[in-house]
Design a protein around this ligand. Structure first.
Ligand code: AP5
Length: 211
């Protein structure tokens, strides 16, 4: 089962991904996490991606499709995968479809987390993330300790107000059209309300997917 988790920045994809993965017994693949790890490790890919990420722009499609291609061939994705943060452009949708075709697979559903911009700004400007385990926290100051692993909480550069504005603009211009691409290409697009308690949203998503 291959599901694309889709939605505006801050819609809750990263929060829902591990919860849905546990229920569905498939791993997750989060391009944002792969890129942040590359930035931290100072690899060539990380250096290339950093400036795009910091200002809230998309990293080039070739980099993203390279990551997805390297990962999806691995045996641990044989049962399926929840793709968190990819697909974000029409060329990525097309590239992923072609890649999956060579593996005899396809995207089974695009799960859209629906939320308005006001709630997005509230969430992202109140978020800190653990440097160590990446868990997001709401309303906790940078420098305090992660509730899960004790790591240090930091504010992501792309959660600064200018970068949030850029990310929302980029979503409308480059990412939202991806839904029309899936609909036009026979994909299954499932929309869930992404506002409310986290566990309720997980339940809504599973119900909407019919799982
Ligand atoms: P990425 O890490 O994917 O960032 P994003 O999509 O902008 O996603 P976020 O992590 O900000 O939001 P989310 O939807 O996961 O929400 P979360 O669960 O954290 O990508 C970062 C960058 O990498 C991109 O900007 C780009 O530069 C690059 N990149 C990555 N993939 C790419 C691609 N395919 N193509 C090109 N470039 C790419 O929740 C947000 C906050 O809300 C958290 O604090 C959380 O605790 C809170 N929250 C979650 N659910 C709820 C709820 N129900 N109620 C209240 N608060 C909630």
């Amino acid at each position: 089962m291959i599901i694309v988790l889709f939605g505006k920045p801050g819609a809750g994809k990263g929060t829902q991904a591990p919860l849905l993965a546990k229920e569905l017994k498939v791993p997750t693949l989060a391009t944002g996490d792969v890129l942040r790890a590359a930035v931290k490790a100072g690899t060539r890919r990380g250096l290339e991606a950093k400036a795009f990420m910091d200002r809230g722009d998309l990293v080039p499609d070739s980099v993203i499709l390279g990551i997805v291609g390297e990962e999806l061939g691995q045996p641990r994705y044989a049962p399926g995968v929840l793709l968190d943060g990819v697909v974000r452009t029409v060329p990525q949708a097309d590239g992923l479809a072609k890649m999956l075709e060579t593996l005899g697979r396809r995207v089974d559903a695009v799960l859209v987390f629906d939320i308005d911009n006001e709630e997005i700004v509230r969430r992202l400007s109140g978020r800190t993330v653990c440097e160590k385990c990446q868990t997001p926290h709401m309303g906790r100051e940078p420098g305090t300790a992660c509730e899960k692993c004790g790591g240090r909480l930091v504010r992501r550069k792309d959660d600064e107000p200018d970068a949030i504005r850029t990310r929302l603009r980029v979503y409308e211009e480059q990412t939202a059209p991806v839904l029309d691409w899936y609909r036009a290409n026979g994909g299954r697009v499932v929309v869930v309300n992404a506002v409310g308690p986290v566990d309720e949203i997980t339940a809504r998503a599973l119900e909407a997917l019919g799982l």
